[in-house]
Design a protein around this ligand. Structure first.
Ligand SMILES: C[C@@H](N)C(=O)N[C@H](C)C(=O)O
Ligand SMILES: [Zn+2]
Length: 218
């Protein structure tokens, strides 16, 4: 198994960002993506992505076998919410593991929530998504989307052993389409994919990220 680079790795934060200024767009405007409302917020921030990320998602959907569609769950996440998620999860880990140093807590937290300074969701560059069948029913991907490493006993890791055969096949199908469309997976979360952010740049060898933190009031 290849070693996983966590988002807390200083190599990620060291990637320069040259934001191309592309706007956030509402993914519901295309009419072709299934959009789940479990993370709906008053401003509908969750349904937004940078234009180039959305175009790649639509391309990935075309690459899926007949009868399968992407089920979009969460895109843009304001920085304040990212910070809240990170701090809450890190506080829980620290409480459950009193012998850990702050650095250990930070690294462990980054398996499941990105440190706010490098967060791809807050750049409109990341998407949490899964597969649905022709009736729009969510497919088995081996764990619930957003099951933490603790809740899933590690089965949320994309290459985790011991998940259902159907979940394994569906993870492969999802991964093949999204990778072919140019997105990169975070290997600790089968549902998290990004394009143009720092993690993507490090994984693909790009000289810089295309998208940095984005303020919706721009
Ligand atoms: C919290 C989870 N849904 C998620 O999005 N995790 C990634 C790593 C993130 O926060 O960017
Ligand atoms: Zn995500």
């Amino acid at each position: 198994m290849t070693e996983i680079t966590l988002m807390s790795d200083p190599k990620v934060a060291a990637v320069p960002v040259r934001d191309c200024g592309e706007p956030l767009v509402d993914v519901r405007g295309t009419g072709t993506l299934l959009v789940d409302e479990r993370y709906k917020d008053p401003a509908d921030a969750y349904a937004h992505l940078r234009e180039g990320v959305l175009q790649r998602l639509l391309h990935a959907q075309e690459l899926l076998p007949d009868g399968l569609r992407l089920l979009f769950v969460e895109g843009y996440r304001p920085l304040s919410l990212q910070r809240q998620y990170f701090e809450e999860y890190a506080a829980g880990l620290a409480a459950d593991n009193p012998s850990w140093t702050p650095d250990q807590v930070h690294a462990a937290a980054s398996r499941f929530v990105a440190p706010p300074d490098i967060a791809a969701h807050s750049a409109g560059a990341a998407v949490d998504l899964t597969l649905a069948d022709a009736d729009g029913k969510e497919c088995d991907l081996g764990t619930a989307l957003d099951a933490s490493p603790e809740e899933s006993a590690g089965a949320c890791y994309t290459d985790a052993p011991g998940i259902s055969a159907e979940g394994r096949v569906n993870r492969k199908i999802l991964g093949a389409a999204l990778s072919a469309a140019g997105l990169v997976n975070y290997p600790t979360e089968w549902w998290h994919w990004s394009y143009g952010d720092r993690y993507w740049a490090l994984a693909t060898g790009a000289e810089h990220a295309l998208y940095g933190p984005w303020d919706v009031r721009r």
